[in-house]
Design a binder for this molecule. Structure first.
Ligand code: SF4
Ligand code: SF4
Length: 441
């Protein structure tokens, strides 16, 4: 019986980490459904980007209020993990405040955690007000109804409750220390939770122990549950922002990837000496099975990683000129749709022994419409605005590529222009010989 709490704790820990590992496996399988892409270049620049953008949060603070609040929650999350480590070891070993022999360092750490916890609570309340009372425009766009809205609020509620439990646990502990209760040696500084102590006045020692233990258990079980919630939530970005910023685009923003086979064709077309009937050289670029993308498996794995990393913050959509002028396009929705479809494909594989059974659906048409795709001006504002280096434009371009090259389904104006380029070497409907006729008019 003496070891029962330790056993229960070990089981909870194994279950919590086990489920999380199972979801990470699924996540990695789904991302690997994407096509291979070479991202082994510019390693130095990639590490720099990750340090600056994910760790340093440099793109978050472009909008100072939201940025500052986010930095507080983020730093709170990272630093309070030291406390979580102590809680885990205490739970497994049956100790209490294992790190307390660190003396004044321990006091400093606990005191800092408490201040951070309070700041996190304040930030979370501000975030909630911005979403639900002020209703900032980017949080109330059509794609933010239903689960995305609930998810955004749920994360705030969980963080609020976890911080409150942490402070309650410390307040009860502090009170027990004052009473000289067994196992509650003087340790830690409690600059914030001391203000909760008056609420516990009059409680007997056993009631205080009950409060302290309940808060302790709920805090750690809540953290394990939150860890498993990540997979189903936009909050997954707290983990994926790091690889995503590492693998993000390092080429100049306006540079698109060219299809090697198309480049070859164009070069042939432009070269008057080229023999279109010549036997292809051995190292010639093979034509891809499919041009562009109509479903998630046609995208590359970095684009799928992008979809899982999207925080649904809407900074891209709020900067998008197409969205601002009332068009149907929202780059955030492009990312959310890609993730939703990828999840659907993943579930299909789960129920079919790891094989994808065609379900008559695809990203194009069932999730993203032609209208949305053609509304894009390819201005890159969404890519520039994204705080975690996501590139919605690359997905739009791949899907347009599919429409043009596989389905000849471009809008009429574009088709005319492309025929003109093909026939006249220019977007205008004139013969090249007539181009300078205007001079004589
Ligand atoms: S590139 Fe397209 S989706 Fe992105 S901001 Fe510009 S118009 Fe909007
Ligand atoms: S793509 Fe980037 S900017 Fe747009 S909602 Fe997702 S995280 Fe925010």
């Amino acid at each position: 019986m003496e070891y029962l709490p330790n056993i229960i704790f070990a089981v909870a820990l194994i279950l919590g980490i086990g489920f999380f590992a199972r979801n990470v496996k699924k996540l990695s399988r789904n991302i690997k459904l994407g096509k291979d892409v070479d991202v082994s270049d510019n390693k130095g620049q990639r590490w720099k980007n990750m340090a600056k953008i994910a760790l340093g949060q440099t793109k978050m603070v472009v909008r100072p209020i939201a940025g500052l609040m986010h930095v507080i929650v983020y730093v709170g999350f990272i630093i309070i993990n030291i406390e979580v480590l102590e809680i885990m070891l205490d739970g497994l070993l049956g100790t209490h405040r294992l790190f307390s022999p660190l003396g004044s360092v321990y006091d400093f750490l606990i005191g800092s955690f408490e201040i951070l916890a309070l700041l996190v609570i304040v930030a979370v309340v501000v975030f909630w007000i911005r979403r639900n009372i002020i209703r900032i425009q980017r949080f109330v766009k059509p794609e933010m109804k239903g689960w995305p809205k609930t998810d955004g609020n749920m994360i705030l509620y969980i963080e609020f409750v976890l911080m409150l439990l942490f402070l309650t646990m410390n307040a009860a502990d502090f009170q027990l220390q004052q009473l000289g209760a067994d196992h509650y040696a003087q340790a830690g500084a409690f600059p914030v939770s001391q203000f909760i102590v008056p609420l516990l006045d009059g409680l007997s020692e056993s009631s205080l122990i009950l409060v302290e233990r309940t808060a302790w258990w709920l805090h750690i079980l809540g953290i394990l549950a939150f860890l498993n919630y990540l997979y189903y939530s936009k909050h997954l970005h707290i983990l994926l922002a790091f690889p995503n910023t590492y693998y993000g685009k390092v080429k100049p923003q306006g540079q698109f990837n060219n299809l090697a086979s198309v480049t070859k064709e164009v070069k042939l077309m432009m070269d008057p000496d080229a023999d279109p009937f010549a036997t292809p050289a051995e190292d010639d670029v093979a034509e891809p099975e499919k041009f562009g993308a109509s479903d998630v498996m046609d995208l590359n794995w970095v684009q799928l990683l992008n979809a899982y990393t999207c925080t649904e913050c809407g900074r891209c959509t709020s900067e998008c000129p197409a969205n601002q002028t009332g068009k149907k396009l929202s780059p955030r929705k492009i990312m959310m749709d890609t993730r939703d479809r990828l999840e659907e494909v993943g579930k299909n594989m789960d129920t079919n022994k790891g094989e994808f059974v065609p379900d008559g659906k695809q990203l194009l048409g069932d999730y993203i419409s032609h209208e949305e795709l053609w509304a894009c001006t390819t201005c890159n504002a969404c890519v520039q605005a994204c705080p975690v280096s996501i590139d919605p434009l690359s997905i739009i371009v791949e899907m347009r590529r599919y429409l043009v090259m596989e389905q000849s389904a471009a809008p009429m104006e574009l088709n005319n222009m492309m025929s003109n380029i093909e026939n006249n070497g220019a977007p205008w409907p004139y013969n090249q010989m007539d181009r300078l006729n205007w001079v004589n008019e």
